[in-house]
Structures are given as C-alpha cells and as structure tokens.
Design a protein around this ligand. Structure first.
Ligand SMILES: Cc1cc2nc3c(=O)[nH]c(=O)nc-3n(C[C@H](O)[C@H](O)[C@H](O)COP(=O)(O)O)c2cc1C
Length: 111
C-alpha cells in the first residue's frame, strides 16, 4: 500500500515509448510496499516480468534474457539500498541492455 507521505517519480511516458512486445524485466526492492506497488503498476503497463531483488541476494551472478531492465526501489539515506547496487554489479551483460530506474522516496531523494 502506498503511504500518504511517500512521493514517487512515475515516468508515465514509459508506457508509450516501450512497446509491450519487448521483453522487459523489472527488478524491485521494497521494504514497506510503496516500491512494490509502483513496480506492479509498471509491470502491468509494460507487460513486464517482476522479479524481487531479495530473492537474488545469494546469487553470485544473475542472467537476464530481457532487452530492457527496470529497477524500482526506495531511496534509503539518499541512495539506493545496498541490495539493489549489488544486483546491478551481478547482472551479466548489463552494458548492452536498455536500463531504467524508478525510485520512491519520502521527502528528499538526494543531497
Ligand atoms: C532506512 C530508511 C531510509 C530512508 N531514507 C530516505 C531518504 O534519504 N530520502 C527520502 O526522501 N526518503 C527516505 N526514506 C523514505 C523511503 O524512501 C520511502 O518511504 C519509500 O517510499 C519506501 O519505499 P518502500 O515502501 O518500497 O520500502 C527512507 C526510509 C527508510 C526506511
């Protein structure tokens, strides 16, 4: 559930610039559900597969067949949670993918 205090950046234009036929995968991390709600909404609009970042924490490497990869996560202390940064480093072939990110935050997302 999205709380009343949380604001989030929602790139509505993605809905129209990324055709549903493309293979999109969304990796999400969510502590209290705000980012999960955004990730679910995006996945529905883009026809994307949802993947929890926490489920990949023990993996040494992560491989994705997707052409386009999205990351949805909350801002913790002005930056992404460590688990999300670790995933970015573990994703094979990330340099050749189209990447996008959506953050949820409370008041100030960066310094
Ligand atoms: C440990 C912690 C650190 C946070 N740091 C920030 C921050 O630096 N800036 C900000 O605007 N919000 C911050 N927040 C608020 C969260 O980013 C915000 O509530 C977010 O929507 C939570 O997403 P989630 O429900 O997916 O976990 C923080 C929240 C927590 C729990």
């Amino acid at each position: 559930m999205v709380s009343g205090v949380a604001a989030f950046v929602y790139p509505a234009e993605l809905r129209y610039t990324l055709p549903v036929c493309y293979h999109v995968e969304i990796y999400y991390f969510s502590g209290t559900g705000n980012s999960l709600a955004v990730a679910r909404d995006l996945a529905q609009g883009l026809g994307a597969r949802l993947q929890a970042v926490s489920a990949l924490a023990d993996r040494a490497r992560v491989t994705s067949e997707a052409d386009k990869i999205g990351f949805v996560f909350p801002i913790y202390d002005f930056k992404p949670p460590p688990m999300v940064e670790e995933l970015v480093c573990k994703l094979d072939g990330i340099e050749s993918k189209y990447l996008f990110a959506v953050c949820t935050y409370g008041i100030v997302p960066s310094r």
